[in-house]
Design a protein around this ligand. Structure first.
Ligand code: 1HN
Length: 349
């Protein structure tokens, strides 16, 4: 209130006090914090070590079944966003455990989800009755509105990172959810059916991406074997981008755009000894280290990176990455949602 003459300030305060019970407030007191010159989110840059979270998750595994929990997940909540269950202002993340023989019952909801496998081999996610058999560092999608259940017929624990647009859907007050009422959706096609139809830069000759799956998102399984091989080949063929390293985005084959309407996902490889130049972007991002070692400098916070680490780069923070040993990262963010809303910006130093 420094710009307001002294003689008015008491009268103004009286006015505020009188208006507040009527749900009326003066914009001039809050304008600068509402419309900031640059993003001023409260998300922090944090890092979780997989073995540490894994221990807690396994303890939960002794105490509650996947079925009783519906989803046995430990939420990775950003300490700057306490109580929100968000890992960034727009995204949620958690680590989910399915023990051998368990089932996570079938349901569907408005929220879009991705799974990024951290441990295990041979469990599945079924989307509308089609199984994707999951392996370490595979990306699997369960787009909004589609029935999905998980099962683990293997003899190993299965742990994956869930990434959902929960805070985004909450922001729009647009959440619907329902349970199927049966644990497992009836199998509609053989496992990986959509991989053969859409996953190899092909589509059914009948010509529509809606041939079997919903038109918008025909593909939901992006195997590690394939994305890692592409990155490795790329690293042998080109110089790393100064700000990104070698980087590839996962795309929706129906339109060449981001994997889901609200979530973009990509992978990167930084050769040993490579250090990126600094970059800022408005899409707060979550990263998983899938190989190598290095350092992430996020504004003033320095994270030493090892395989399995999960770390957050909040909107508009300055990110620099350094690889000690070939550093491979998976990352996801709300970039596509921001692009649609004309909000996305980045700057490179
Ligand atoms: C969900 O459907 C899953 O299907 C995991 O595995 C985590 C968190 C909030 C809401 C729905 C899943 C979730 C979720």
């Amino acid at each position: 209130m420094s710009h307001i003459p002294n003689e008015s300030s008491e009268l103004l305060q009286d006015l505020y006090d009188e208006m507040a019970p009527k749900d009326l407030y003066p914009l001039w007191e809050v304008l600068a914090s509402l419309v900031t010159p640059t993003p001023q989110g409260s998300a922090e840059s944090v890092r979780w070590s997989f073995p540490e979270v894994r221990d807690y998750l396994l303890r939960a595994g002794d105490l509650i079944s996947a079925k009783d929990a519906e989803r046995r997940v430990l939420i990775l909540e950003n300490p700057g966003l306490k109580g929100s269950s968000g890992i960034t202002s727009s995204l949620y993340a958690g680590l989910q455990l399915i023990l051998p023989g368990e089932v996570a019952p079938c349901h569907r909801h408005s929220q879009c989800a991705l799974r990024f496998v951290m441990e295990g081999d041979g469990a599945f996610t079924a989307v509308d009755g089609e199984k994707a058999i999951m392996h370490k560092y595979d990306l699997v999608l369960t787009p909004g509105g589609q029935w999905h259940d998980h099962g683990n017929p293997s003899d190993q624990n299965m742990i994956w990172l869930d990434g959902l647009d929960i805070p985004t859907v909450r922001h729009f007050d647009a959440s619907f959810a329902e349970k199927l009422g049966e644990d497992v959706h009836p199998e509609t096609v053989e496992a990986d059916d959509s991989m053969w139809r859409y996953g190899r830069n092909l589509r059914p000759f009948r010509g529509s991406s809606a041939d079997r799956r919903p038109e918008g998102v025909p593909l939901f399984h992006y195997p590690y074997k394939e994305w890692r091989e592409s990155l490795n080949e790329l690293a042998g063929a080109e110089k790393p981008d100064p700000h990104l390293g070698h980087a590839l985005e996962f795309i929706n084959p129906a339109d060449g755009g981001a994997v889901m309407p609200t979530i973009s996902a990509h992978v990167r490889l930084l050769p040993a000894g490579f250090e990126t130049r600094a970059r800022r972007s408005t899409d707060g991002s979550v990263y998983v280290v899938t190989g190598g070692t290095g350092v992430a400098l996020v504004d003033e916070v320095e994270h030493k990176l090892e395989e399995g680490d999960i770390f957050v780069v909040p909107s508009w923070s300055r990110l620099q990455l350094k690889a000690d040993r070939d550093l491979a990262l998976f990352g996801f963010s709300d970039r596509i949602a921001q692009e649609k809303l004309n909000l996305y910006r980045e700057i490179k130093e």
